[in-house]
Write a protein that binds this ligand. Structure first.
Ligand code: DC
Length: 219
């Protein structure tokens, strides 16, 4: 029996996390925030002062990572037993995650960790390559995007709410840079799967997006 998967891929700040969590809750399915795995690796690499340009050293760190996820209302991530959740959303973590995620050997090591989330009764998986690589056989695929300006504003609000100091212009520029890096890399670039439902959320509320995705699951 194959376990159903709904993938939600898209660029940074498109609302994937909020939408995926809400849809997973509504369906009673598990949730994979694959970006948090790359972000955890970024934290591990920074803490160990590993040279970001050294692919094999970064890959070794990925191999040694012991990650535990607890998904209640908020996602709690433990790295080698230590709660790193508060450090995950920062721009620095995201930028370093995007760099280490470009290494093919790193992606290979982290592939199985992601596939292991596929458990009954089903999985909602959010990331960049969920529908193209990790769960290429997914039942429903969504590519969720929004303009860079809109995503910058949303990220800015999110960070402010979390009490993290932020600058809108800088955030939008960083989002554009990260989009380019994630889309132009050779391995598992950010591109919509051929069979993905393309959803531009620029002019939609989060509830409208959630409802559209839910509609797809009952078609
Ligand atoms: O979704 P996010 O912003 O938390 O992801 C952080 C970075 O991790 C993103 O810029 C690229 C990388 N990433 C990836 O390469 N593949 C994924 N499936 C998820 C994230």
């Amino acid at each position: 029996m194959t376990i159903p998967v709904l993938t939600i891929d898209g660029p940074s700040g498109a609302g994937k996390g909020t939408v995926s969590r809400a849809v997973a809750k509504k369906l009673g399915w598990h949730y994979l925030d694959s970006g948090s795995i790359y972000r955890s690796l970024a934290i591990s690499v920074l803490d160990q002062q590993i040279d970001l340009m050294d692919e094999s050293a970064v890959t070794q760190v990925a191999k040694n990572m012991q990650l535990a996820f607890e998904c209640n209302d908020e996602l709690v991530v433990k790295l080698q037993g230590v709660d790193i959740s508060a450090r995950l959303p920062t721009e620095e973590t995201g930028a370093v995650a995007s760099k280490v995620a470009a290494y093919p050997a790193v992606r290979k090591v982290l592939l199985q960790k992601q596939k292991d989330f596929r458990q009954l009764p089903g999985l909602v998986a959010d990331g960049r390559d969920m529908g193209t690589v990790v769960f290429a056989d997914a039942d429903i695929k969504v590519f969720l995007t929004a303009s860079a300006q809109e995503r910058g504003e949303r990220r800015f609000k999110q960070l402010k709410e979390k009490g993290i100091d932020a600058n809108l212009g800088k955030i939008t520029a960083e989002i554009e840079l990260r989009d380019r890096r994630d889309s132009e890399r050779k391995t598992a670039p950010l591109i919509p799967a051929e069979d993905a439902f393309y959803l531009d959320s620029s002019d939609l509320t989060i509830d409208e997006v959630i409802n559209q995705v839910i509609t797809l699951t009952v078609m």
